[in-house]
Every structure is written in C-alpha cells, then in structure tokens.
Ligand binder design. Structure first.
Ligand SMILES: Cc1cc2nc3c(=O)[nH]c(=O)nc-3n(C[C@H](O)[C@H](O)[C@H](O)COP(=O)(O)OP(=O)(O)OC[C@H]3O[C@@H](n4cnc5c(N)ncnc54)[C@H](O)[C@@H]3O)c2cc1C
Length: 471
C-alpha cells in the first residue's frame, strides 16, 4: 500500500499532541548521520513522549504502510538511524522519552527510558553512589536505547562488558505495535528463548526499545590513568598481559593509539600537546579502578610500570597526577574520531580479532593497503584490551579526503579478507547499519544468514522496522 501522507500526518500529529516534525528545516538534523555520509528523507519525524504513544504510532504506521526508523542520539557510525531516500519512512526519535523511572540501590539497578542520554544515566548512578560503567566518547549525546540497539562497547568493556552485559530487562514496542514488558530486574531467568538479547544489537530492525533495567556497579574508591610509550604491537600485547596479571579486575581500560592517530589530534586541535616527544609508534592508555584507595591504586600501578620498564616492554610512561591530567589523557583518545571527522572523509573499519593475531594482521593489512593506495595514512586506535581496533584509513598527504572514497570498497575488502582469515569480526561495536550490509552477506555463513532472516521474518514479517539495515 502507498502511504497517504496527508492522512498520516494529521493522525500522527493528533496522536503525538503536535510532537511531529515535518518542515524540512526542522527534520534536517534527523535525516543525516553523524559522519554526514548518509542523507535520507522521511514523511515526518515523530517525537513520542511515552511507551503508549510509541505503540499507537507503530500501529498507525502499520495501517498506512509506513516504515519506521528508530533514532536515539544519532551518533551511530554505520548509517543505522538514517532513513532511505524514498521519503516513505517515519523517523521515531526517542529524545523526549528521557526519564529515569527508578533507581534501586539495594538491587543495584536503574530503570530508564530509551531516550536517556548515556552521560545522564552515569550522573544519576553517581548521585546514588554507584557506577554505570558504559562509557564512550559520544556519551554526552548518545542514548541508552541506541547503546543497547547497537550493543555499544566503549572504554570499559575489558572489565564490565559491552551494553548487553549491563542490561537486565527491556520494554519493547514490537513491529505489531504491542508492548512487551520485559522490565525484569533479574540476574537469572532461564525461561526459554532470551527475547531481551534478540532486541539488543538489532539496530531497530525488530522493534523499538522504550525502556531498560540496567545493572549498577560499586563506585571505585580511586582511578589512576597512565600513558605508556610502546614501540610495537607485540610489546603492547605483552603490557596487556602484564597489566592483567598485576592488576586483575582493577584494570578497567587498555586503549591504544598509533602515532598517526595522535598526529591527527594534534593537527586538528590547536590546544593539544603531544604526551611524548618524539611520539612513539604506539601510545597505550591504561586505567586502573581500585576499590581500596588512591595510594593503593598508585602503588599497584607504579609497580606494574616498573616491571614493564625492567622487561623492556615500555619506553616511557606518564602517570596522571590529578583528575585534570587524567582527563587530559582521555581527551587525546576521545578526540581521535572528531579529529578524523574534521579532516574529512576517511575509511573506518571497526574490527575485532583474537589478540594473538593482531600484530600479524596489522603488518599484513598495512602492506596490502599501501599497494592499493601508496602513502595512505593508517589511523589505528581502539580498545586493544578487547581485541577491538578502529583500523581507519586516511588519505595520503596531498590527496583530497573525498577522493579517498573511490578506494572504499577495495580497501574494505583488503581489511575484511584479512580479518576473516583470522576468525575476526568486521564489526566489533558499531553494528552493520547500511554501511556494512553488503559486506555482512559476504562474511556470514549461509547458516547464520538464514537464522537471522528467520528471526526478522518472525518478528517483523512486513519489513517495516528499519528496512535496509543489517539484512
Ligand atoms: C565520537 C564518537 C565516538 C564513538 N565511540 C564509540 C565507542 O567507543 N563504542 C561504540 O560502541 N560506539 C561508539 N560510537 C558509536 C555510537 O555512539 C554508538 O553506536 C551509540 O551506541 C549510538 O547511540 P545513539 O543513541 O546515538 O543511536 P543512533 O545513532 O540514534 O541509532 C543507532 C542504531 O540504533 C537504532 N536505535 C536507536 N534507538 C533505538 C531504540 N530506542 N530502539 C530501537 N532501535 C534504536 C537506530 O535505528 C540505529 O540503527 C561513537 C560515536 C561517535 C560519534
């Protein structure tokens, strides 16, 4: 059925008490992705205020044959929240559904609406003397609904796991417009298929997450951050192994940045000073979260670094002496994606590999990329502790960044072939969206693809939920 825009707009606007945006000047920010790589059209952007409105809207869309693109903070990096260009979809922005419903410090849980901004959930947890550990550079704008729908990772996965591991229960509006109340705060629930886990990481293709129960953690007594100068990926892995053995669960972050990545930050942010001079091939950012005290945290950390120096694993190291210095260390890491966006077009590969395979992969892929595009700059950084690299490629000096896009497919094949050959993943934490949809078909086995199709068909038989994404 072709949608009748006039009827739908009138009914949706009445249902949402006017919270429907249709003017192109107002819809524009919802129709372009963060990287400005995708631009779509929509019949309207709906901003429901509660779960019942979401459910009624989904039923209205179904009645009019309109497909739905859920959107949170629109910080996704694979075009998952951007509609296609047909103008036949309704973007459902969850940003008005931003209430913290409850917090339970006995059970250590927080119940939030899907549009809550991640940083606000972290703050609410801190007010209750608890930690909500999911943390990523987009935390000031991304929403928990988007985090769960992409199963976001971030900087604390090493210790606390990704978004899935933080979630106990969900409330979801299904593709039929029914409300599934799965807001259970249980740590154990083996009553058949795990529906919650189906919606986590589904990128809005199976239903709309409207609320979630999240697990909270004790707040650490102290956090200490350090930067270490390293000359090879092998040495970085040795440092990781030492840090794990020495700090145990206190090791909460182990991030890596290549010399080129820090160069991008220096070039794009005038106030940024290099941590080491000259810059080493690799800089590792380590963080330890200690349950005892600052003194204990520093002692453990300093003895780890002393051991690493003794074994020749680390060439230089800086331990943050204040919160401000620690934030300055993190800022370098967090500015890399923004620095790359300021530079212009770049080719992103968010990959996961078995740890032991990383040095060989990097050498092999680096050589092969240089053959395809001599002088290409490798902006490699990421969550090394999780085996997750952002293996990004920037234009060689002198080449206009946009000309790089002509190499996108060929370079993606070079990278993904090498990831697949080492039993890795072509999307560690950003998801598939539209960016990696074709690649997914090449990389998943027919058995996996058939099971995914069957799930989609069962839960969204009319393909109304975020069509053109993932599958
Ligand atoms: C500077 C920067 C740094 C980043 N760092 C990281 C990082 O370290 N780790 C990481 O994992 N990601 C990272 N990201 C990617 C991004 O922030 C995450 O994917 C985030 O989880 C997306 O949340 P969002 O609310 O912005 O979702 P959106 O971009 O709005 O949507 C993402 C996907 O989820 C779907 N969706 C959104 N809300 C819902 C809902 N309520 N119900 C159903 N589906 C929904 C959308 O349809 C879309 O497919 C980064 C992004 C930026 C810009």
């Amino acid at each position: 059925m072709r949608p009748n825009p006039t009827d739908w707009i009138a009914q949706a606007s009445a249902l949402l008490k006017g919270h429907l945006v249709t003017q192109s000047s107002d819809t524009e920010p919802f129709l372009t992705d963060w990287r400005k790589r995708y631009h779509g059209n929509a019949i309207g952007v709906a901003l429901p205020g509660n779960t019942e409105e979401v459910a009624a809207l989904v039923r209205l869309c179904a009645a009019h044959g309109i497909s739905i693109v859920p959107q949170g903070g629109n910080t996704g990096l694979v075009g998952g929240a951007t509609p296609d260009t047909s103008g036949q979809s309704d973007v459902i922005s969850m940003r008005r559904m931003n209430r913290i419903r409850s917090i339970d410090t006995r059970a250590d849980t927080i119940t939030v609406e899907a549009g809550c901004i991640l940083a606000e959930i972290q703050q609410a947890a801190a007010h209750a003397d608890r930690l909500f550990p999911l943390s990523l550079a987009a935390e000031g704008s991304c929403s928990i609904g988007g985090n769960l729908s992409t199963n976001a990772g971030g900087t604390q996965v090493l210790r606390y796991g990704n978004a899935r591991a933080q979630c106990l229960g969900l409330e979801v509006v299904t593709a039929n417009g029914d409300v599934w109340d799965g807001l259970r705060a249980l740590r154990k629930d083996n009553t058949g298929y795990d529906l919650r886990d189906l919606f986590i990481g589904a990128e809005g293709t199976l239903g709309i997450i409207t609320a979630a129960v999240l697990a909270l953690q004790p707040r650490p007594a102290a956090q200490v951050t350090a930067l270490a100068a390293i000359d090879s990926l092998d040495a970085a892995l040795e440092l990781l192994s030492l840090a794990r053995a020495h700090l145990g669960p206190a090791l909460t972050a182990f991030e890596i940045m290549s010399e080129v990545s820090i160069g991008v930050v220096r070039a794009q942010f005038a106030d940024e000073r290099p941590p080491f001079s000259p810059l080493p091939a690799w800089t590792v950012l380590l963080e330890s979260s200690d349950t005892e005290s600052e003194v204990h945290a520093r002692e453990r950390f300093e003895s780890l670094l002393a051991l690493a120096f003794e074994r020749g694993v680390v060439q230089d190291a800086l331990v943050a002496q204040s919160l401000a210095q620690s934030q300055a260390f993190w800022r370098i890491r967090e500015r890399i994606p923004e620095g790359q966006a300021r530079e212009g077009a770049n080719l992103k590969h968010d990959i996961a590999l078995p740890l032991a395979a990383i040095p060989d992969f990097a050498a092999d892929a680096g050589q092969a990329i240089d053959q395809v595009l001599p002088g290409a700059r490798l902006v490699v950084f990421g969550h090394l502790g999780d085996g997750n690299l952002h293996y990004n490629v920037a234009a060689p000096p002198g080449m206009a960044p946009n000309d790089l896009l002509a190499y996108q497919a060929e370079i993606a094949t070079v990278v993904n072939d090498r990831v697949q050959a080492r039993a890795g993943s072509i999307s560690a934490e950003h998801g598939i969206g539209q960016l990696k949809r074709a690649e997914l078909r090449l990389r998943k086995s027919p058995v996996e693809l058939a099971m995914m199709q069957a799930i989609k068909q069962a839960l969204d038989p009319h393909n109304r939920m975020n069509p053109g994404k993932i599958l």
